[in-house]
Design a binder for this molecule. Sequence first.
Ligand code: FES
Ligand code: FES
Length: 1023
Amino acid sequence: MTYSRRNFLKAAGSSVVLTAVGAESVFVAPALALPAPMTKEKSPFIINGKLHVAEYEARTTLWEVIAMKLGMVGTNRSCNRATCGACSVLVDGTPIYSCHTLATEAAGRKILTIEGVGDEKNLHPLQRIGHMHVAADCGFCTAGWVVTAKGLLDKNPDPSEDQVKAALAGHICRCAAYPAMIRTVMDSAAVLRGDKSRIDATPASIIQVKQPMVRDYSTSGGHLPGDELVEGRRKMVTKKWQGYPPENLNVLGKPMPALPEVSIPRFTGKAQYATRVWFRDMLYVKFLTCPHPHARIKTLDTATAEKMPGVAQILTYKNAPKPAGPHPPGSRSLPEALPQELNLQGEVVAIVAADTEDLAQDAADAIQVEYEVLPFASTLKDAMAPGAPDLRGGKGNLLRPPNAPKDFPSATWAEQRGDVEKGFAEADVIKEFTYPFAGGVSVPMQPAGSVAKWDGDKLTFWGMGQGIYPVRAGLAAALGIDASKIRFIDKWNGCTFGAASLAAERFYPLIAHLAKVTGRPVKVMLPKDQELAQLRIKPETITKFKVGAKKDGRITAIHHEVYVSVGDLEGGGHAAGPGNAFNQLELYTSLVPNWRSLWCAYRTNAPRPGPSRSYLQQETKWSWESMMDEMAEAVGMDPVQFRLMHITRPKPGDTRHPYDSFASVEVLEQGAKAFGWDKRNPVPGGAPGRLKRGFGVGMSQHHGGLMGYHEGEEAFELLSSARGAAVFGTELELTADGYVTMKIALPDSGSNNATALAHLVAEMLGFTTRDRMRLIWGDTDIAPSSDEWFGGRTITLQGAAICSAADKLRKDLLQRAANVLKADVQKLQIRDGVISSAEDPKKSTTFAALVKANSGAIRHTGRGVAGGERGLSNKGVGACFAEVEVDTWTGDWRFIRAVYPHDTGLVINPLVAEADMVGSLVESAQLTTDAIPWDREFPGTRHYSVGYLSYRLPTIMDVPKQTQVYIDSLEPRWFYGVKSFSETSIGAVPGAIANAIFNACGVRIREHPITRDKIMAGLRRQA
Ligand code: FES
Ligand code: FES
């Protein structure tokens, strides 16, 4: 029997699994004798006080009746395995997991879903205060925990914080909005009791260090007299701050909740994830996947399955349409969705569309497949072994692209400086280390999926990912239709972390095809075990160092080798030259005279690597940060001082590391100060007693947002005209009511990118609040063409378009006002929609009057582009300081607290930034302690997780106390000194925790992940 919920229900009958209320977990055994699974049922359901009648099979779950039969889609389903709480509803006042409750058991009982808690006109305090505290990032878990919290407050109006945590312990929030969730429930209880009437939107724990470190030079250039900068080799002249200095700010820097049109629907169940799109006549899709790590389909028979009830269509490699055309420039090329040769366990063999998911699964189970099982190598050890199966048609498993280094035949990419052997000869201390990293996966909450619906020759497609236009272009090319025939919608994602786009996008053309040939809307929501084979992962890596240092600590030489598993990708991935590999070296090599770095990418039968809440960070920094700590120990130096000795820092004229806004020293020094690093016990394991505490530090350096160029800049024209250029667009529309509507294509995944952009526009247009901003987004029918976000592109690339449009609109309004007022445009001022003469404030007009005089809305577009020297020279830097406590009797340990300093530039909205960074820290901490639970039979192949049971995600019980430190290192090249700090610090966390554990108990864990067993083994060795 396969792991499936259906089989679970068939085998076990059913149990109503309830999340905890108060401090108790309640499990209610079924009171019913259950009918045979496929018996037809018809029952009444009292949902949110209204009577509904549904027909369903006896095996149907309550969630399926609510969301699929009745179309009440506010309740999300994520794991479908009673492990995450996303699907929670109240039944007779008690929270239950509706994905694991048979509908028949809830028939006739009182059910409360998120729709019954409150709506936008009548928000429940949990919804209103949750919005204020940014207690939802992506919002996919929100409907579930809000319903559970309501159940708690209905029964216990004055819960303690521990009771709130216990009640919500059965809810996984992958964005880790846990601290804000606790504040929300506590404050809501106080408001409902009448103990509090006002809730302020304030961050929980941040320190802002206002020390603008604008250096006296600019990237590979310098300052001209006055306010101009000269940038790069082409000596491009830019106005400092783009003419908008970080002074007298009204909106920027103020803590505010996310834009209500994006945020509030997360709390009311109205945020339209693709998984919430519903049509009554919809078909549902299920996949049949390959059980082998490497196989070829010999025979495949769908005849029986095709005749099964409710089956509309089955696709296999035999009948699936091939892409009609090549991928357009700029769009990603995706692996074939239904290959005959299957390169990993979990690869898709067949796609079934049927009336219900259960019927589709029945048919998928009935497909007969005979496989030719092929030799495989899923781990680096296997792929690198002599005589390993050749996975690349005779070319060898090591990727050797045309630009591979000739001097290093065993490497995919290499770089070196100085004379490494001479550097070792000069060293007083030489150490060698090996750091394996077992892999990690980000696991978005929203099931990867999509919906396709045709109306005549026009396709409406609801997807999931980072953008809409490039994906639409790829879909149109695959289908062989004009892109204008597709309306692509993606407004909310239930997180993607970059990883989910491949898992979803790969199947878009086939879902659209199924909808076309069946004439019905088609929906797919991948179950977690299948999705995890499709998500991009943090791959297995093995990193080796040989490091030489003088007695005073100065490193004289580094030899560095990295081995990376790249699945069936032919691109170098992590080993792909300066953009990736070199980017991972810069933090500590700029002051080392002799070093060599070899990167070796191996083809494997493992899942594909790629963005996965940051790209390349944790898996590479795990080794660097451990090595720096071990070398500090070897030369007897404090780890912070050792890093300060070696860290890259801004230097005039340094063309190799041309960073003029790079707060590496300040991140370390301010982080250490906020953390109380001076209280660290320098003797590892030196504290007395069974429970020992330790401090650790790690650093991280990342591109800080790929800063680009905007219209009006010389480089924009050059870059944007190139084939496949990543061009971002926008439109701003000022209407007669004095509101500004911002139109952007980018979807939201919980980072609230549009909120930050709205702050910028409001500031540029002279508003003192954000209240006059509106947003239209994520829909190709109404938002102008734009590229997509990843890696913090939003603020400085989509932002380039936005700021350009806002600048045009501001100047246009001033000129119109000057004409009306017969005043000198230079002497006008703007404030809250009023333009007046600075000399005679009575001489004034309003935005609304200018629009009326225009006989219609005033609109301006803006464009920005990625690439060029600015993108290469824009780096972010961050750190993590961690305190842990190790139980030396058991090996158990706790993450007690953290300080998370970031080189931020001007922080646009500290409240939303804090919410994002809490998630960054918690997710990275989890990656430290949990490797992908690979299949036991074929290690390195497929994640065998059933729901989240075998891949433990942090709950509300697992979050350390934390303080964010924002170093406002203003970026002179950008509007108001803003730069993106996205996932700048995220790579620092695994090393910081490993180093803290070493400091606590003297056990050095080099092999990821950190586990209690490894700590215990180390303690035993000590003993
Ligand atoms: S608990 Fe039901 S979807 Fe996760
Ligand atoms: S807000 Fe909880 S999963 Fe994203």
